[in-house]
Design a protein around this ligand. Structure first.
Ligand code: HEC
Length: 207
């Protein structure tokens, strides 16, 4: 909404000349969108193995440093049942945060699958921790009403946000807003200024 207020339309970002393209890296693409390009919808969460996968590898339980939790790769990518490595970092996960709204049917995803149980988000989405409840609800209403879209029409996860927001009830939206709003923001990203950056590639909508 801030973008629309300051520029002449979508794609105009403060500090950027009118008509100047958005930086592709921020959206996880290496070439500009062609006319008519649109996002390929994200598939519903699934625990199914892909044809080339070894069941023993995919179902082997794994750990991460500092956590006693154990999950397999199948668990990790089951976005309808969010995994939780560090339970002490956040309030108990509710239905919406861990599994999503039942009214989304088999496409339901827990909010924490993308935004993480702490709400601090991953690079391809958005941090939602500590947002004012009123602002959070407004964003959900804007996704629902088609007023908030991505500057890059190919970005697939913004349409997923719109799908989830359309299906959710006002009470569910408020519960999610209150969950994330109650978590205090703490430093999460470390910026390193350097002359030479590591070689990067695009995978899963991010560099
Ligand atoms: C598929 C991944 C995904 C899931 C699941 C998801 N989100 Fe998002 N969310 C995003 C992305 C990507 C954005 C940023 C979209 C953009 O600005 O184009 C976003 C943005 C938001 C924002 C706006 C944040 C801001 O600073 O303006 C809110 C609020 C939000 N999500 C709430 C939720 C809630 C509530 C749920 C669970 C019902 C949820 N999200 C589930 C990917 C996801």
């Amino acid at each position: 909404m801030l973008f629309a207020a300051l520029g002449s339309g979508w794609g105009d970002t403060p500090g950027r000349a009118a008509g100047e393209p958005e930086p592709l890296w921020a959206y996880g693409f290496s070439t500009p969108p062609a006319p008519g390009d649109k996002a390929v919808p994200q598939s519903p969460p699934s625990r199914a193995l892909r044809p080339n996968e070894d069941p023993l590898v995919q179902t082997r339980l794994r750990r991460v440093a500092g956590s006693s939790a154990m999950y397999s790769r199948v668990d990790i990518r089951d976005l309808g049942n969010v995994i939780d490595w560090f339970r002490g970092d956040h309030p108990p996960l509710s239905q919406i945060i861990a599994h999503g709204s039942p009214s989304v049917g088999n496409a339901a995803r827990g909010c924490a699958s993308c935004h993480l149980p702490t709400g601090k988000g991953r690079p391809e989405n958005a941090p939602v921790t500590g947002l004012p409840v009123v602002y959070f609800i407004q964003q959900m209403e804007d996704f629902r009403d088609g007023l908030r879209v991505s500057s890059d029409p190919r970005k697939p996860n913004t349409p997923t946000m719109m799908l989830l927001a359309k299906a959710m009830t006002d009470a569910e939206i408020r519960t999610a807003a209150e969950y994330f709003g109650a978590i205090k923001w703490t430093p999460w990203t470390r910026v390193v200024e350097t002359d030479l950056v590591p070689k990067t590639r695009i995978e899963g909508n991010l560099f």
